[in-house]
Ligand binder design. Structure first.
Ligand SMILES: Cc1cc2nc3c(=O)[nH]c(=O)nc-3n(C[C@H](O)[C@H](O)[C@H](O)COP(=O)(O)OP(=O)(O)OC[C@H]3O[C@@H](n4cnc5c(N)ncnc54)[C@H](O)[C@@H]3O)c2cc1C
Length: 377
C-alpha cells in the first residue's frame, strides 16, 4: 500500500478550504495554515453572497468544470448539513449584440443548459425592478443562484478537520522551499517538511511569492448594499443578475430579502499595493458609479447604501487562473488569480489541487487555464 501523503495547504480561504476538504476526503494527512482563520472577510471571500451560474459568459470551456463543481457543492452541503447554495436563477442582461451575450448562448447551446431567453418587452413585465433599454435582451440561467462565502469556507475547513486535517489559525507562512522530492513550509514557529503543498493565498500571492514569473494584479473590490423602494424587489422570482454593458455590474438580492448587494467589474477597482494594509474605508466619491448605475438601470433601489465592504481579488491578464507547480518546486501546487469568478468553481479547483498534489496530474479539462508545469497525465 502506498504511504499516506503529507500535504500542506497554505492559505485556507476559498480555494484552500476546498483543497483541504478534498485532500482529507482522499486520505491525505493535511496540515493547513492561514494568516487569519477560515471564514474571515479580509481577502477575496466575504460579503454574504457570491453568484453561482452554470452558463459562462467569459468562456464556455468553464462549463464542464462548473458541472464538476456542481456535484461537489451538493456533496459539501450534504456532508455539512448547511445551506451553502440557494438556486434562484441568474439573469444576464445587456445589449443583444454584446459579445458576452453571444458567449453565454454558446455555452448554453454547447452544453444543453437549462435557460430562458427573454426579450425586452417580456423582461420589463416579468422583472419590473430593472430599467430595460432599447436593444436589451436577457438570458435566465436557471441552474444558478447564490453561494454563502463565509459559511462555505468555514464549513469546508471544519469538514476537513472532521476528516482528520489539522489547521493552524493565525499562522502566516513565510516561505515555501523545495526539499528533495518534497516541500518545506516555514512559519514564525519553525519549519516542517511535507510531501507536497497546495498554495492558495489568493490576493497575497505576490506578498508570499514576490518572484513569481506571472503577473497577478491585486485589486480592492467594493461591495455596496441598497434597500429597495416599496415592494419592487419583493416578487417571487429573485434571481441574481449581471448587466454586461455599458458598465459591467452585478447584483444579488440578500438572503434575508432586506437588501440588494451590488458589485462592479475589474476596471473600476483600485490596485492594492500591499494586501497587509488594505484600505477598508470607502470614500464618498467611490459611490458615484453606483449612484449612476442605480439611476440608469435599477430605479427601485434607494441610492444611499446601508452597508459597504471592501475585499481584494487577484486578476490575471486573461482572467484565467494560474494552476500548477511553482517554478523550481514540482510539489508545490499554486492556484491563484481567479479574476473575480472563482468562488463558484472552488470545490472543483480544490479537487484539482488534490489531484495535482497526490497524483501529479488531473483528468479535469484545465488546459485552457494558465496551467503551469505538467498538469495532465
Ligand atoms: C467582492 C467580490 C465579489 C465576487 N463575486 C464573485 C461571484 O459572484 N461569483 C464567483 O464565482 N466569484 C466571485 N468572486 C471571486 C471569488 O470570490 C474569488 O475568485 C475567490 O474567493 C478567490 O479565492 P482564493 O482562495 O484565491 O483567495 P481567498 O479566499 O482570499 O483565500 C486566500 C487565503 O490565504 C490566506 N493567506 C494569505 N497569505 C497567507 C500566508 N502567507 N500564510 C497563510 N495564509 C495566508 C488568507 O488569509 C486567505 O484565507 C468575487 C470576488 C470578490 C472580491
Amino acid at each position: 500500500m502506498a504511504a499516506r501523503k503529507r500535504v500542506a495547504v497554505v492559505g485556507v480561504g476559498t480555494m484552500g478550504s476546498q483543497a483541504a476538504w478534498r485532500l482529507a476526503a482522499r486520505g491525505a494527512e493535511v496540515v493547513g495554515f492561514d494568516r487569519f482563520a477560515p471564514g474571515h472577510d479580509r481577502g477575496a471571500a466575504g460579503g454574504e453572497t457570491r453568484i453561482f451560474r452554470s452558463a459562462h459568459f467569459e468562456d464556455s470551456r468553464y462549463v464542464p468544470l462548473l458541472r464538476h463543481a456542481d456535484g461537489l457543492w451538493r456533496r459539501l452541503q450534504e456532508e455539512t448539513g448547511r445551506e451553502l447554495r440557494r438556486l434562484t436563477g441568474c439573469l444576464l442582461m445587456g445589449p443583444t449584440e454584446h459579445h458576452q451575450m453571444a458567449t453565454v448562448l454558446q455555452s448554453i447551446a454547447e452544453h444543453d443548459l437549462d435557460h430562458e431567453v427573454i426579450d425586452a418587452e417580456a423582461l420589463a413585465k416579468r422583472f419590473p425592478q430593472y430599467r430595460i433599454e432599447d436593444g436589451d435582451a436577457a438570458v435566465l440561467d436557471r441552474h444558478a443562484g447564490f453561494l454563502r462565502p463565509e459559511l462555505t469556507v468555514l464549513s469546508a475547513a471544519r469538514r476537513a478537520e472532521e476528516l482528520g486535517a489539522k489547521i493552524h489559525r493565525y499562522t502566516p507562512v513565510r516561505e515555501i522551499a523545495p526539499s528533495g522530492d518534497g516541500v518545506v513550509i516555514s512559519t514564525d514557529a519553525g519549519s516542517e517538511r511535507f510531501d507536497a503543498a497546495v498554495v492558495t493565498v489568493g490576493p497575497w500571492v505576490n506578498d508570499l511569492l514576490p518572484d513569481l514569473p506571472w503577473e497577478v494584479d491585486v485589486r480592492r473590490v467594493v461591495s455596496a448594499w441598497f434597500v429597495p423602494v416599496g415592494d419592487t424587489w419583493a416578487g417571487e422570482e429573485r434571481p441574481a443578475f449581471i448587466r454586461t454593458a455599458p458598465v459591467h455590474c452585478y447584483g444579488l438580492p440578500s438572503p434575508d430579502g432586506v437588501t440588494v448587494k451590488m458589485g462592479l467589474s475589474r476596471q473600476l477597482h483600485r490596485p492594492v499595493a500591499d494586501p497587509n494594509s488594505l484600505d477598508r474605508t470607502v470614500q464618498p466619491e467611490e459611490l458615484d458609479v453606483f449612484t449612476e448605475l442605480l439611476r440608469r438601470h435599477l430605479p427601485g433601489l434607494l441610492p444611499d447604501p446601508v452597508r459597504l465592504s471592501v475585499f481584494m481579488e487577484g486578476y490575471t491578464e486573461s482572467s484565467r487562473p494560474l494552476v500548477g507547480p511553482l517554478p523550481g518546486a514540482e510539489n508545490a501546487i499554486l492556484l491563484a488569480g481567479f479574476s473575480g469568478h472563482g468562488f463558484k468553481l472552488s470545490p472543483a479547483m480544490g479537487d484539482i489541487a488534490a489531484d495535482l498534489a497526490l497524483d501529479g496530474h488531473t483528468d479535469q479539462p484545465i488546459e485552457f487555464m494558465t496551467t503551469l508545469g505538467r498538469t495532465a497525465a
